[in-house]
Write a protein of this length. Structure first.
Lengths: 360, 330
């Protein structure tokens, strides 16, 4: 007798509480992890207060360790060693996740609270011209202009180059050249931003070019291309081959098939990839510091003279080290994070909205 | 949809020059040339990064009076000019190792949490939260690290010194804020967490379901399933994910430049303020550098470039090898 079992749901159905052996074996109640957590946190806070530690990090660590120990011992006593190990692993995995969320929450919270103190219309529309470090005025306008122009130029260069490279890899790529390009795109993703900055710097030193927004944009281009290639490649691979074949069968040349059929089908994902790449390079500081030099004044011309940029502005204000400049740094950080997060959210929204219909 | 343009329309489409009865061969050639050209341009950029950096580094090294690899000093403006990367290499490696030791176990835990433990409906949003960590610009991590994390870590540092001072590493011999390689390591760990998590998660989701179900059928607990089938399958994936994270940690600039208080000393007391990394040194010394100083910084950048190239290349090779192997299994 042959029966073919077709498993539709690939994920094994693990009941939240694994089988507890026989009917006669004892088991902890379902709410026990929460109970352990409450007891552990209470004990942790108590011990920390008694010992007079100020750092909340210690409080958290003590509570986490107590939680792990408590659940392990209790399960060993009531159930058995294997169940205890299983529960320990579950607890560790939960603790890992919480440990990762704490810094993110702290970072976002601090930035929003500290940043909103200084962030207003004045801050967004004034530059730092003639403002001294300790003064509670000045703004971020010149840096906004710098960031928008540099990122804009980088996108104009990097997006078509990345797109074409991805098209080459997916539609034409065979043989050694395609393999080399694929490998080096991967490696290029890992180039530190400061090295990209040094590369442009060495060209500038040899050609005797002065620092300008354009030079910074070129370094950003190097950082942006691999990201665009990688995401576009993934998207083009999702386009069903039937569409290409249908178009080619009608006698359409390959390049028009790519332009009119393949790219429009994947355009949502490609846009998402480009926007995520923009979000990534908008936060780069190091190349700007080496190549654009930074300026307190409004310079709308990216091709000549020093400019500023948002991330560089944050660094500059942090280095001044005054209360007022820290406030400016946090406010600029809030602007930058808002810019990046909005790009991220919109990009993911577009991806969901325009997701290629792969059939089925 | 404009996807099917009739071929016999007399006015040629704007992309092509007027060419009656074109079969599109010329267009194909142009398009192939363009796309292949941009692929080649990428290779040219990579090659020229290596060439240009090497040339400037050569200029700097020929004027260096000290030994580039063993001098504990960075003074290219001096007479004679002396600079060496010993301290930078040490600081870069130590802070990255600390970051890896903290980040990799936690990242594997989070990846397991998302792939096997989290309630199913929550898995995707949780993965997104972790990805958000990657979207935060490094300079924001930098000021958060310097203004929020450093004060909070002082208590932990005293604690480590008190209870683990005997390990030598955690002995704090100098008084000062926690602007140490250890703090840098913690900050780098937070920053590389998302990439290590997302790569490991992908691998854990690829584990053949039959293996897991077989283990469950034999009565294994969830942890035993993970230990017997998920982790052995995912080992090479975890290794390559860690190396990608290592590549990030090695080259991180702004977070280190804001947090660390640099000095040109090598000390294994990681809680002491001081030390330096390649990227941090470039950021800190660039403003005041003379022409030779800039070339010297470019030389140190070249070492960093080679270091990250090796680490990333190795990680990618491991991933590529695994793909072929797992393809046969699927």
């Amino acid at each position: 007798m042959t029966t073919t079992t077709d498993i539709q749901d690939n994920r094994p159905r693990i009941s939240p509480e694994p089988a507890k052996g026989g009917l006669s074996s004892r088991a902890l109640p379902r709410w026990s992890p929460i109970g352990f957590a409450v007891v552990a946190i209470a004990l942790g806070v108590g011990i920390s207060l008694a010992a007079g530690w100020h750092s909340r990090i210690q409080w958290g660590l003590i509570s986490a360790l107590l939680f792990l120990a408590l659940s392990y011992v209790a399960t060993t006593v009531v159930e058995n060693q294997r169940q205890a190990k299983d529960r320990l692993a579950t607890s560790i995995v939960w603790v890992c996740f919480l440990v990762a969320v704490v810094p993110l929450a702290s970072l976002l919270w601090t930035t929003i609270v500290r940043g909103s103190e200084r962030l207003d219309g004045y801050f967004l529309t004034h530059s730092m011209a003639g403002v001294l470090g300790p003064e509670h005025s000045g703004g971020v306008y010149h840096a906004l202009i710098g960031t928008l122009e540099q990122v804009g130029i980088a996108t104009v260069i990097a997006a078509p180059l990345g797109l074409l490279t991805a098209v080459y890899l997916v539609e034409y790529g065979k043989g050694a050249l395609a393999k080399a390009v694929t490998f080096f795109v991967d490696v290029m993703t890992g180039i530190p931003s400061i090295v990209a900055g040094l590369f442009i710097l060495s060209i500038m030193l040899m050609a005797g070019i002065e620092p300008s927004g354009l030079m910074g944009a070129l370094a950003l281009t190097i950082l942006m291309i691999p990201v665009v290639v990688r995401s576009t490649e993934e998207m083009l691979k999702l386009v069903p081959n039937e569409l290409r074949e249908a178009s080619l069968a009608l006698g359409i040349p390959k390049w028009r098939t790519i332009l009119k059929v393949v790219l429009p089908t994947a355009i949502g994902g490609i846009t998402t990839g480009v926007m995520l790449a923009i979000a990534r390079i908008a936060g780069e500081t190091a190349p700007i510091m080496l190549l654009v030099f930074g300026s307190q004044l409004i310079n709308g011309n990216p091709f000549e003279g020093a400019q500023s940029s948002l991330p560089f502005y944050i660094y500059e204000q942090y280095k001044v080290g005054e209360v007022a400049s820290y406030d400016r740094a946090w406010a600029a950080a809030l602007v930058l994070i808002a810019f990046v997060m909005i790009l991220n959210l919109v990009a993911r929204g577009i991806a969901r909205w325009k997701a290629p219909k792969t059939g089925r | 949809m404009a996807s099917t343009t009739p071929l016999d329309v007399p006015p040629a489409p704007p992309e092509t020059r007027s060419r009656p009865k074109s079969t599109g061969r010329a267009g194909d050639k142009v398009f192939l040339g363009l796309s292949r050209g941009s692929g080649i341009l990428l290779l040219v950029i990579m090659a020229s990064i290596a060439v240009f950096l090497s040339y400037r580094a050569y200029l700097a090294l020929s004027e260096n009076e000290g030994n580039f690899f063993s001098t504990f000093d960075w003074n290219p403006a001096g007479d004679p000019p002396v600079f060496g990367i010993a301290v930078l290499l040490f600081g870069t490696v130590i802070s990255s190792i600390i970051a890896m030791v903290i980040a990799v176990p936690i990242a594997v835990g989070i990846a397991l949490f998302i792939s096997h433990y989290a309630p199913r409906k929550l898995a995707a949003p949780l993965a997104y939260v972790i990805d958000l960590l990657a979207a935060v610009p490094s300079i924001v991590y930098g000021i958060w690290g310097a203004l929020v994390l450093v004060p909070y870590l002082e208590g932990l540092n005293l604690w480590l010194d008190q209870f683990f001072g005997w390990t030598y590493f955690f002995e704090k011999t100098e008084i000062g804020a926690a602007r140490s390689l250890f703090t840098v390591g913690i900050l780098l760990a937070i920053m590389i967490l998302p990439i290590v998590t997302s790569v490991s998660r992908e691998v854990f989701l690829q584990v053949p379901k039959m293996n897991e179900e077989a283990a469950l059928a034999l009565g294994a607990t969830r942890w035993e399933v993970i230990r017997l089938s998920v982790l052995p399958f995912g080992r090479s994936g975890i290794i390559s994910a860690s190396m990608l994270g290592l590549g990030r940690a090695l080259g991180e600039t702004m977070a280190v430049a804001t947090v660390l208080s640099p000095s040109f000393l090598i000390s294994l007391h990681v809680l002491n303020p001081g030390g330096g990394t390649f990227a941090q040194n470039i950021a800190a010394k660039f403003g005041e550098a003379n022409p030779l100083g800039r070339d010297a910084l470019i030389a140190s950048g070249l070492v960093l470039f080679i270091l990250t190239l090796l680490v990333n290349g190795a990680a990618r090779l491991i991933i590529a090898r695994r793909k072929e192997y797992s393809g046969a299994n699927a």
